[in-house]
Design a protein around this ligand. Sequence first.
Ligand SMILES: NC(=O)c1ccc[n+]([C@@H]2O[C@H](COP(=O)([O-])OP(=O)(O)OC[C@H]3O[C@@H](n4cnc5c(N)ncnc54)[C@H](O)[C@@H]3O)[C@@H](O)[C@H]2O)c1
Length: 340
Amino acid sequence: MILVTGGAGYIGAVTVRELLDKGFAVRVLDKFLYGDAPLDDVRTRIDCISGDLCRLDEAVLDGVDVVIHLGGLSNDPTAEFNPEANRRLNTDATRTLAEACKRRGIKRFIFSSSCAVYDRGMMAEDVIQDEDAAVEPRAAYATSKHAAERALLALTDKDFQPTIFRQGTVYGWSPRMRYDLVVNTFVRCAFESGRLTVHCGGEMWRPLVDVTDVAKCYLACIQADLKDVGGQIFNLAYKNFRILELAHWVKKALDGIVPVEIEVEYGSNTARDYRVSTKKLERVLGFRPRVSVEESARHMARKIQAGIHADFHNPRYYNIQWLELLVEIEQHLKRLGSIF
Ligand SMILES: NC(=O)c1ccc[n+]([C@@H]2O[C@H](COP(=O)([O-])OP(=O)(O)OC[C@H]3O[C@@H](n4cnc5c(N)ncnc54)[C@H](O)[C@@H]3O)[C@@H](O)[C@H]2O)c1
């Protein structure tokens, strides 16, 4: 049995389907912050548990052989919205879950970290960073992910062999859609306005990877020899791109579907900027992401044309908007007592 935390999320919903397709038994633990609809069509095939990682009920680990830990707050704005809650979830709850796994002899543990840990600011030297590069994250999100990585590595021994994937920014279609990720945002903008606005000259570098490649990589890791992947960190990306280059790939993908103009603004650059090496992923795990930005953007466009996730104003597609809304409603309901 494979436990996927955050299994109703953007990456989780794709991962769960990939695991089911390969014949694995799957349990999902999720707080369903964005709802549980992304699991509607697989619900009868999985063990679906509503729960909070910050209040872990260890029974969720009964019968589990592998954990894929995706539950968390998943970008800079949501982390900065409440840095303390972000640390409790992304770092402390990860450590607690890992300790429980170790006590129960669950050795295989996949953790979705982020290449954001490599961000050293725009003034830093432009180098391709591998897993051995010294990192010194400053933002709340990257700091919480890096602290979780260190906690996992500190627990590593013969009884607990975590694998950490430092993922690039993910793109592509998922049953739980996010339009707050750069490529997906460009596709959405293309349909909404036909205009892709690129800030700061679009010169920032970012590693990126398609969501189905992420799910396939987890699968490759589960099937790999534990002595090769246990206690290891891997960068997971298809390629490093400049943001302006991404806009051009999306424009090309949507050629003949919607007309697209690219508008470049030249302001001072304070955005995240880093490049990573994926050689270790290929050398040790033998895995290479395959899905290009162009292919992925075209796939998203076909879904949108079919009316799937085409309600772009739905706040659920934008993590920070949705969380702000939930918190506002929570406070309002506390004052109201009840609505009727
Ligand atoms: N999407 C990316 O570009 C990207 C890149 C690098 C790393 N990651 C990491 O991958 C993981 C998954 O990202 P995603 O894009 O699928 O995010 P997502 O926001 O779509 O999904 C996160 C899931 O975690 C669940 N969750 C949140 N708090 C919880 C709690 N307290 N208890 C149980 N479940 C909880 C949410 O309900 C949601 O279903 C995250 O840890 C993220 O940091 C994502």
